[in-house]
Design a binder for this molecule. Structure first.
Ligand code: NAG
Ligand code: NAG
Ligand code: NAG
Ligand code: NAG
Ligand code: NAG
Ligand code: NAG
Ligand code: NAG
Ligand code: NAG
Ligand code: NAG
Length: 593
């Protein structure tokens, strides 16, 4: 055999061996190798441990294209069990990869676990975060961007650049202290500040912002149009986002193209994602402020709860100056924010991940099969413990994940008796979940009887937002529903003393988390799951991955703990090894030919 052919053969064998069995042949794979560990940071001037990924805070971006398979090997180098969840990614028929306590055993410290999922038929701006209790308050989040395939047009000119911003309230105390406070029955109180991309505010005013904080600077070219993907990854505070002297052209939210509209500012609630086109059409006499400021909080704390980054044109004449751009002046106008929310509509003629129009599924014509009226109350004491409820039930996570309990017929882990309206009875702590109907069309009305704004998120699906108003929802409220261009998304706000109604087609089998995104209320039990079983699919929930971690009643099924790894100081070892082998091969090839 001539040496050249031998090398080619060897190369082919090595490359084939490196690619795992093609579960969904044809679609490309993207591999990520992550080590999650504490890293030291001081975003607001106070040194603390934050959760970093490969030493980065925020974590690295997952930047993929519709239908790609994503493989993420996660090594847990924290001192606590860990799960990452993929906010807004639908995990078609694969609740195994959802990464919440109802679907997966948390990865113990010192173990690794490899997520593998396909980003099927989705395009848009999403993010990932650690779903384990209160971990997001310490970081661990990053972008999950799903690009369109080249063959599917997008409903706007291709932007000149992509800029991702994570905005969020922040506590210096750290997630363990926050958990202790809630365990002790104390509400969290006001945060210490608002971060943009893990950094503190620019010192726009010396009497408000201390000196020496590192802030985010966004470099742009004059005349260009950038796509800003903005995610509220905070603990619990709604934020108003705006850029001095620049319009925000809203084009997409959580996987749906919106009817394009300019906003001078937009309220972004906890867990929500939006993308805007911003044209650099100013004369760069100065830099410009990028602002995220707290909403619906005591005016005396707004100065402190304002994140400020800098937009820097390459031809800028000097630093940003003057007051920050004004927030909405609606202290006494509760309608402003809700009207703004209602103005966000779906562009029904644009195509999403597929060539057919987004509105080709006429949700307004479909008969509703199940109605769930979910009322949230303010946190209250149940058996002496501070808890938050939905329909009077505060969810408690069982030690055996729901999905595993179902597959292995473990009795007594959960009950399928979650009530479809508040019951006139004492609140309780329970593991009661919603019995959904496969291919049913569910109407969910969130009635917020707490005193703060809450956002709700459903895993596994996008729902159609059809109505939102103050007061108590009644049957007559259905007359106000938007049956035509309500946007499909996965996280929606419910104003205090108000309701929001959504419709969802339960075509994705699995057990899916329906949670409040505000971390304190979530921690206190304001969540439930929806069980959706496809009666015709007897290999229910598809195949159990062979790397499944077992816990609770199923601990004895856990194979030998081959997961253990040597902590590396944030060096992606596997990646390095791969690169070196490839370099050796290339060198051989060069020598032999
Ligand atoms: C993400 O991927 C797209 C498509 O491959 C590419 O055009 C874009 O530059 C990438 N963005 C980043 C920030 O890497
Ligand atoms: C992590 O998990 C995968 C399989 O799930 C395994 O192949 C790999 O060797 C493990 N170890 C490390 C250190 O990443
Ligand atoms: C909706 O999408 C279509 C198709 O891409 C596009 O031409 C149109 O400008 C969009 N309309 C709005 C209001 O966003
Ligand atoms: C700085 O902030 C203080 C307190 O809010 C305010 O009184 C003052 O006017 C601000 N200074 C400038 C230059 O805006
Ligand atoms: C949005 O504002 C920009 C200027 O910043 C303008 O060029 C554009 O036409 C506006 N688009 C819409 C849909 O109003
Ligand atoms: C352009 O820059 C000059 C200073 O160089 C400033 O006075 C003027 O207001 C700016 N115009 C606009 C539209 O921003
Ligand atoms: C799922 O399948 C297993 C057998 O593979 C069966 O024992 C179990 O009852 C099924 N669960 C449901 C909810 O259908
Ligand atoms: C759950 O719903 C299915 C139909 O969707 C029904 O057959 C089953 O009996 C229900 N289970 C319980 C416990 O209510
Ligand atoms: C909460 O519900 C009670 C009775 O259901 C009602 O009297 C009260 O006004 C509600 N509060 C809010 C803030 O909606």
């Amino acid at each position: 055999m001539p040496p050249r052919t031998a090398v080619m053969l060897l190369l082919a064998v090595v490359l084939l061996a490196a690619v795992p069995a093609p579960a969904r042949a044809g679609d490309p794979y993207a591999y990520y190798d992550w080590e999650v560990s504490y890293v030291s940071a001081q975003p607001l001037g106070v040194k603390q441990k934050v959760i970093g990924i490969n030493g980065q805070f925020p974590g690295p971006a997952l930047n993929v294209t519709t239908n790609w398979n994503v493989v993420v090997n996660v090594r847990n180098a924290l001192d606590e069990p860990l799960l990452l969840t993929w906010n807004g990614v639908q995990q078609r028929k694969s609740a195994w990869q959802d990464g919440v306590l109802g679907t997966n055993c948390a990865v113990p410290p010192g173990w690794n676990w490899t997520y593998e999922f396909q980003v099927k038929d989705q395009v848009g701006s999403f993010f990932y975060f650690p779903s384990t209790p209160m971990h997001r308050a310490a970081g661990g989040y990053g972008a999950l961007t799903i690009n369109n395939r080249d063959v599917i047009p997008i409903p706007f000119p291709f932007p000149d650049g992509d800029i991702t911003l994570f905005i969020g309230d922040w506590y210096n105390a750290g997630h363990k202290a926050l958990r202790r406070a809630l365990d002790g029955g104390a509400p969290l109180g006001a945060p210490d500040g608002v971060l943009i991309n893990g950094l503190g505010p620019y010192q726009y005013n010396q009497s408000v912002v201390p000196p020496g904080l590192v802030y985010e600077r966004i470099n742009v070219e004059p005349g260009k149009t950038y796509r800003f993907r903005v995610h509220n990854v905070g603990v619990s505070t709604s934020l108003n986002f705006r850029i001095q002297n620049h319009n925000l052209l809203l084009v997409e939210t959580e996987g749906s193209y919106t009817s394009q509209q300019n906003y001078s500012n937009l309220d972004i609630h906890v867990g929500q994602s939006y993308s805007f086109l911003v044209t650099m059409d100013q004369n760069a006499s100065t830099d410009y402020y990028v602002v995220a400021s707290a909403r619906f909080v005591d005016p005396s704390v707004v100065d402190k709860l304002t994140g400020v980054a800098i937009l820097h044109y390459s031809n800028s004449q000097g630093p940003a100056s003057g007051p920050l751009p004004d927030p909405p002046n609606d202290q006494y106008d509760t309608a402003f924010s809700i009207n703004q929310a209602r103005s966000i509509r779906w562009n029904v003629t644009a195509s999403g991940a597929r060539p057919n129009p987004q509105g080709s599924f006429h949700y307004g014509d479909i008969t509703v099969t199940d109605v769930y009226f979910l009322q949230s109350g303010p946190p209250e004491l149940i058996n002496g413990q501070l808890r938050a409820t939905l329909n009077g039930i505060s969810y408690i996570a069982p030690s055996t994940p729901l999905v595993l309990a179902q597959l292995f017929n473990v009795p007594g882990v959960y009950k399928l008796d979650f009530p479809n309206h508040p019951m006139n009875r004492l609140p309780k702590v329970d593991t009661s979940i919603i019995n959904g109907t496969y291919k049913g069309f569910m109407e969910i009305i969130f009635q917020n009887n707490a005193t703060t704004l809450l956002t709700y998120h459903l895993d596994g699906y996008a729902f159609f937002v059809v109505g939102m108003d103050y007061g108590l929802w009644t049957e007559n409220s259905r007359g106000t529903y938007n049956k035509w261009d309500g946007v499909a998304r996965s996280t929606i706000q419910v104003f205090p003393g108000a309701w929001t109604a959504v419709l969802v087609f339960l075509d994705n089998a699995g057990i899916w988390n329906l949670r409040v995104q505000n971390l304190d209320s979530w921690y206190l039990g304001q969540e439930v799951y929806i069980n959706v079983v496809n009666p015709e699919d007897n290999s229910n929930m598809t195949d159990l991955p062979d790397n499944t971690i077992f816990c609770g009643a199923l601990s004895s099924l856990q194979k030998e703990q081959s997961h253990r790894f040597q902590y590396s100081k944030a060096s992606p070892v596997a990646q390095w090894r791969k690169t070196v082998s490839l370099m050796i091969l290339v060198a051989w090839f060069a020598i032999w030919s």
